[in-house]
Design a protein around this ligand. Structure first.
Ligand code: R5P
Length: 297
């Protein structure tokens, strides 16, 4: 493979795993900020004619976007082959409609900003809800890697007789996929979100599933209010402490501590965002996605 991997700041470990899995080198680059806060980017290796996987997970996307734009533009100016964005977590997918009059619908807007910069996109379980396919908004080939097999195998090794619980209807796609991998049952709840940190979820019906350990699965844990509400219901119903699994460990503010304090037996996420809870490795699957995107660009 005539390719290389470029790690944006904070993505060094994941980018290293991708390079290792693909059997390619990493492109040396210098990122820093001028004293006035502007970004400085310098390529330290030649990239002419070489496909470049730019690894940048897009939590806190506002901070990262400008640097990403400079990096992609510079790579193309220096004659790189295909410049592909590997964003294990793809931010800005949840504002996929205007919930209040006058709001910016930022999911398609962000897609429009990123699309001209890259030849393709590889990501893991983006929050596809009212947008059905990534390519409905991203104007480039996209590969959507599914973390369900990795999560299922992690749970199967650790939890005897799991009952998977999706905290809202949107989570049904993830929780049902994980449950199907190991032939376990699942229930999906209803959620009403009244504000960023104010959510209510329906009470799970557990009577049909005695002697099972609940495993709550959602795509994103941000404020963790969704998970915490669900943990409280399970506790009130006398269920054992649940294992809480998120695909993406966004963990805004003190969310991680709050979730552990709420009574979760364990909190685990995939490695799409570096965090002490990110223990389910998806780099191998993302590398397969990198190979697949080259077939399609
Ligand atoms: C929402 O639609 C997502 O699937 C998650 O349920 C949500 O992002 C979780 O957010 P929070 O952790 O802030 O409750």
């Amino acid at each position: 493979m005539n390719a290389t991997v470029l790690a944006c700041p904070g993505n060094e470990q994941f980018a290293g795993r991708i390079a290792e899995e693909l059997g390619v080198s990493q492109l040396a680059v210098e990122f820093r900020q001028f004293p006035d806060g502007e970004s400085y980017v310098r390529l330290l290796d030649d990239c002419a004619g070489v496909d470049v996987f730019v690894v940048c997970t897009l939590c806190d996307p506002d901070d990262k976007f400008v640097r990403l734009a400079y990096t992609s533009t510079l790579l193309r100016e220096r004659g790189a082959g295909r410049v592909v964005l590997v964003a294990p977590y793809l931010g800005y997918m949840r504002q996929d409609r205007a919930f209040h009059d006058g709001e910016a619908v930022t999911a398609p807007m962000f897609a429009k900003l990123l699309s001209p910069l890259f030849a393709g996109l590889v990501t893991v379980d983006p929050h596809l809800h009212r947008i059905e396919h990534l390519e409905d908004v991203y104007e480039m080939p996209c590969v959507n890697v599914h973390a369900a097999p990795a999560i299922a195998s992690w749970i199967a090794d650790r939890v005897d007789r799991p009952l998977f619980v999706g905290p809202d209807v949107e989570s049904k796609q993830w929780v049902s996929a994980v449950a199907a991998e190991i032939g376990a049952p699942y229930v999906a709840l209803d959620k009403i979100r009244r504000g960023d940190r104010d959510v209510e979820v329906s009470v799970p019906q557990l009577e049909k599933y005695p002697d099972r350990t609940p495993v709550i699965v959602d795509d994103i844990i941000s404020t963790a209010r969704t998970m915490i509400e669900t943990v409280h219901h399970l506790h009130d119903l006398g269920a054992p402490p649940p294992v809480c699994v998120g695909v993406h460990a966004v963990f805004a503010g003190d969310a991680f501590a709050a979730l552990r304090g709420a009574g979760a037996a364990q909190v685990a996420t995939t490695t799409t965002i570096a965090h002490e809870a990110s223990v389910i490795d998806v780099a191998g699957m993302v590398s397969d996605g990198c190979r697949a995107i080259l077939e399609r660009t």
